[in-house]
Design a protein around this ligand. Structure first.
Ligand code: MSP
Length: 487
C-alpha cells in the first residue's frame, strides 16, 4: 500500500528552531497522526538544510567548522521536535552520506541527459572579500564591506535547462489547477512564462561548504538544488522502499518558498522522469501582537519556552487554531485565555464525564441517534478530506466542528440532566455522552498528544467507531488533564 508521504521544508540550522518552524512541523505531525488514526499509513519527513553560504559564514563567525556547527544545531532541532511531540519517520540532514550520494547520482544523471550544461556566469567579484556579489548586494555599485569597485568576472558555471520546461510546467498547472497555492497562481504563471535557465553551481573559490559536482570538482551544487533533493533521498531513492513512498502527497511550506517548490522542484522532477507531488500546501506567517517577530521588537516567541510555560498540547492546540493559509497573529496577553479554553472545553469535560460514568454500569445502552449522527458525520467528512488531501479544510474543521463536538457533550448533559434521572434513563444519557467523548478524544489525539496518552491510560483506547454495544468501565473516575495555572 502506498504511504501518504508528508514533507516539511528542511530548516537552516544557523540558529535555534523558531515558532515558524514549529508551526510547519506541528501541522505535519498532526496530519501524519490523523492519517494513521484513519487507518492510512503515512511517512513523515523533516530535517535540516546544512550546506551553503549562510552556514559557512555563521560557522566562521563563531570560530567553528561548518560541520561542528551543523552537528550541534541539527541536534537542537531534534531535541525541540522531541519536546513538541513531533514524531517524524526520518530526520534528514543534507550532510547525511546517503543524501549526498543521491545528489551526486541525480546530478550525474541530469548531466548525462544534457539537462545540465556548462556556461558562463557573469558575476561581480570583490577581491577583498574573495567572493561574488549580485547587483542588488552592492552599495553605489561597490562592495558593501570594502566600499571598493567590484570587478565583472566571467566564470564557468553549470546551468539547468529550466527554460526548456516552460511549456511543460504551464501544461501541468493547467491540468492541476490547485497545484500552486491560491492567491499566488497568476504571479507565478507570469514568471514561468519568462523562465530562464538556472545556475546550479557555485565555484569553490566562492563557496566550499557544499556537495561537489561529480563532473567538475571545482564547483559545488547550489544549495537549493541540494536541499530540494532531500525529498527524493529521504524517501529512499534507489531502494525498494522508494516505490512505497513516492510521490509526495502533501508538501508543507511557508509562503516565502512557494517559487522553489512550485516551479524549480517540479521541473527538476520532470527532468528526472519522477512522478509529480500531489499537493503543495503553503501556510502564512505568524505575527506576534500584530507585528513581524523580531529580536529588536522583543516580541519573539520561543516555541520551547511556550511549551515549558503552558505545555506541549497547548502549543499544538494554539498553532492549529491559527487560520491556516493566511498570516496568523498570536496575542501574547491572550495566551492564558486560550489555555483556559483548552482546560475547560477538553479537560473539564473529560473529568466530568468520567465522574458520571463511574456512577452507572458499563455495557450495552440505547443509542441517541441524533448525538451519534453528529459524531459519525464528522468522522465521515474528515475521512473524505483526508483522502482528497484537503489540508486547509481539515485544520479549519478542527478549530470549529471537532471542538464543537466535545463542547456539545457538556451542552447535552446540561440539557438532559442525568443527575436528576434514574435507572436506565440516567444510564443511557451518561453512556451516550461517554461514547461521544471517546470519539471526540480519538479525533483530538493527533493534536493533544500528551493529554490523550493520559486519557488512554484512564479509559483504554478511544476509537472513531461505535461503542454502543460494548462500553467498558474506565479505570479512573477522575482525570485532570490541564490543571489550573496559578497566575
Ligand atoms: N532551507 C530552506 C528550505 C529548504 S526546503 C527544500 C529554508 N529554511 S528556513 O529555515 O529559512 O525556513 C523554513 C521555513 O520557515 C519556511 O517555510 C518559512 O516560511 C518558515 N518561516 C519563517 N518565518 C516564519 C514565520 N514567522 N511564520 C511562519 N513561518 C515562517 O527556507
Amino acid at each position: 500500500m502506498k504511504k501518504i508521504y508528508i514533507t516539511t521544508p528542511i530548516y537552516y540550522p544557523n540558529a535555534k528552531p523558531h515558532l515558524g518552524h514549529a508551526y510547519t512541523n506541528v501541522v505535519a505531525d498532526f496530519l501524519t497522526r490523523l492519517y494513521r488514526l484513519f487507518g492510512m499509513p503515512a511517512f513523515f519527513l523533516t530535517g535540516t538544510d546544512e550546506h551553503g553560504e549562510k552556514l559557512e559564514k555563521k560557522a566562521a563567525e563563531l570560530g567553528k567548522s561548518p560541520k561542528e556547527l551543523v552537528d550541534e544545531m541539527s541536534g537542537q532541532f531534534r531535541e525541540a521536535w522531541k519536546k513538541l511531540a513531533i514524531n517524524y519517520d526520518r530526520f534528514i540532514r543534507t550532510t547525511d552520506p546517503d543524501h549526498e550520494q543521491v545528489v551526486r547520482q541525480i546530478l550525474t544523471k541530469l548531466w548525462e541527459k544534457g539537462e545540465i550544461y556548462r556556461g558562463t556566469y557573469r558575476g561581480l567579484y570583490c577581491v577583498g572579500c574573495e567572493r561574488y556579489y549580485k547587483p542588488s548586494d552592492l552599495i553605489d555599485g561597490k562592495c558593501p564591506y570594502h566600499l571598493k569597485p567590484v570587478e565583472e568576472k566571467r566564470i564557468p558555471a553549470y546551468f539547468f535547462r529550466l527554460s526548456n520546461y516552460r511549456e511543460r510546467l504551464l501544461q501541468f498547472y493547467r491540468e492541476n489547477p490547485d497545484f500552486i497555492p491560491a492567491g499566488r497562481r497568476e504571479e507565478i504563471l507570469n514568471r514561468v512564462r519568462e523562465l530562464e535557465d538556472l545556475c546550479i553551481s557555485r565555484p569553490k573559490e566562492q563557496l566550499r561548504w557544499g556537495i561537489e559536482l561529480p563532473f567538475d570538482r571545482e564547483h559545488v551544487a547550489y544549495v537549493w538544488v541540494d536541499a530540494l533533493m532531500n525529498y527524493v533521498s529521504g524517501a529512499g531513492y534507489g531502494t525498494e522502499k522508494f516505490d512505497r513512498i513516492w510521490p509526495p502527497d502533501i508538501q508543507l511550506m511557508g509562503k516565502d518558498i512557494i517559487w522553489f517548490h512550485c516551479v524549480i522542484w517540479p521541473a527538476l522532477l520532470m527532468a528526472l522522469d519522477l512522478k509529480m507531488p500531489r499537493r503543495m500546501v503553503a501556510h502564512g506567517f505568524i505575527t506576534v501582537d500584530g507585528k513581524k517577530m523580531s529580536k529588536s521588537l522583543g516580541n519573539v516567541i520561543d516555541p520551547l519556552e511556550l511549551a515549558d510555560q503552558f505545555g506541549t498540547d497547548f502549543l499544538r492546540y494554539l498553532l492549529l487554531k491559527l487560520p491556516f493559509g493566511e498570516d496568523g497573529n498570536i496575542d501574547k496577553k491572550g495566551l492564558p485565555l486560550i489555555y483556559d479554553e483548552l482546560a475547560n472545553d477538553v479537560g473539564n469535560t473529560v473529568n466530568r464525564v468520567l465522574r458520571l460514568v463511574s456512577t452507572v454500569e458499563a455495557g450495552k445502552f440505547e443509542v441517541d441517534e441524533e448525538l451519534r449522527k453528529k459524531a459519525d458525520g464528522l468522522v465521515a467528512r474528515l475521512r473524505r478530506l483526508l483522502e482528497n488531501l484537503r489540508v486547509e479544510e481539515i485544520v479549519r474543521l478542527y478549530s470549529t466542528e471537532v471542538m464543537d463536538l466535545i463542547r456539545g457533550i457538556n451542552a447535552y448533559l446540561n440539557e438532559r440532566e442525568p443527575w436528576k434521572k434514574e435507572g436506565e434513563e440516567k444510564r443511557n444519557i451518561i453512556l451516550n455522552a461517554y461514547e461521544t467523548l471517546l470519539i471526540a478524544m480519538a479525533l483530538l489525539s493527533p493534536v493533544l498528544v500528551n493529554g490523550y496518552a493520559k486519557f488512554e491510560k484512564a479509559v483504554g483506547r478511544a476509537e472513531l467507531g461505535r461503542f454502543g454495544t460494548n462500553v467498558r468501565k474506565p479505570r479512573m473516575n477522575r482525570l485532570i488533564l490541564y490543571p489550573k495555572r496559578n497566575v
